[in-house]
Ligand binder design. Structure first.
Ligand code: F6P
Length: 341
């Protein structure tokens, strides 16, 4: 059997660990052959391939990024794109495909599975916003990077009696902001799921200053004020229709300065959260996802995705992961609120 593997969408730490586990178990236990596709769906669309065997995947476990490359190419946004993918896979003798990605990549995988392709998905995203899995790998690494940044910002904020704002990723879901904000002792956490009152944020800022601690505000890039708008970098959209976010941190700094008279500055973590070596948690989760994905291929459970449920890895329908984004439960946000101010 010949298996294709691709990684699509924004990269995230742990992708190489998944690829390594798929190939290692696929070759050693099932005697499969592999073919890597470069740059997400662009690979099968344009026949961009790469040799994938045990040798090619040695030493990649701790490496960030993806040896296969990634892109946000959407075959369904291109005339005849999906037919081309199916025809190219057939011509290359690919019997099954493992697609590692987030909602967009797995959305394409699900549609291709409906068209009859033998496909298994692996969920990845630092945002942790895919449904029907407790966690996606990459999230733990991103949170740890953000916590380290918050810890560092505390000491400089206190030296200068400033409010410091940390803008983290999170387009529709505030998981990174919530977890890093709780772990980093933020004086408030702002997430896309809950519109915030700038007056309340300023109250929290002022109250933190009265205790001789400098306020640290953690804001997800997709957070918006009541009556305010999503802050975007420019008006361009990718092939899945997403705008580039950024700017809410800067807006907050200006408003806080204007309203409280206290100096406020912003650090945007951006792609730092996505780069570098995965944490041990992400390496283990990614490895287990890879091992179970190749087993799902072996068992022919097409149109499914591997998922973490408690400590077990299960296979669930691809559709159940992408039909709705997993957002932060208001009760969880409420737990964090006790520390605001
Ligand atoms: O896909 C996850 C994500 O990290 C989002 O939180 C963020 O908005 C986006 O990727 C940025 O992606 P890119 O760097 O590819 O524009």
């Amino acid at each position: 059997m010949r298996i294709g593997v691709l990684t699509g969408g924004g990269d995230c730490p742990g992708l190489n660990a998944v690829i390594r586990a798929i190939v290692r178990k696929g070759v050693k236990e099932y005697g499969y052959e592999f073919i890597g596709f470069r740059d997400g769906w662009k690979g099968p669309l344009e026949n961009l391939t790469l040799d994938l065997d045990i040798h090619a995947t040695r030493g990649i476990l701790p490496r960030g990024g993806t040896i296969l490359g990634s892109s946000r190419t959407n075959p369904y946004a291109i005339e005849g794109g999906s037919q081309k993918v199916i025809a190219n896979l057939k011509a290359l003798g690919v019997d099954a495909l493992i697609a590692i990605g987030g909602e967009d990549t797995l959305g394409v995988a699900s549609r291709l599975a409906d068209e009859g392709l033998h496909i298994v998905g692996v969920p990845k995203t630092i945002d942790n916003d895919l449904s029907n899995t407790d966690y996606t790998f990459g999230f733990d690494t991103a949170v740890n990077i953000a916590v380290e940044a918050i810890d560092r910002l505390h000491t400089t904020a206190e030296s200068h009696h400033r409010a410091l704002i940390v803008e983290v990723m999170g387009r529709h879901a505030g998981w990174i902001a919530l977890h890093s904000g709780i772990a980093g002792g933020a004086s408030c956490i702002l997430i896309p799921e809950q519109k915030f009152s700038i007056e309340k944020v300023c109250e929290w800022v002022e109250s933190r200053f009265t205790t001789n601690y400098a306020p640290i505000i953690v804001v997800a890039e997709g957070a918006t004020p009541i009556d305010g708008e999503l802050r975007t970098k420019d008006s361009t959209v990718d092939s899945f229709g997403h705008v580039k976010l950024s700017g809410i941190g800067e807006w907050l700094a200006q408003e806080i300065e204007k309203r409280t008279g206290k100096e406020a500055r912003t650090s945007v973590l951006g792609h730092i959260q996505r780069g570098g070596t995965p944490t041990a948690f992400d390496r283990v989760l990614a490895t287990r996802f890879g091992l179970h994905a190749i087993t799902a291929v072996h068992e022919g459970t097409w149109g499914t995705m591997v998922a973490l449920h408690s400590t077990q890895i299960l296979t669930v329908p691809l559709k159940s992961a992408i039909s709705k984004i997993k957002t932060v439960d208001p009760a969880l946000y409420k737990e964090a609120e006790i520390f605001f101010g």
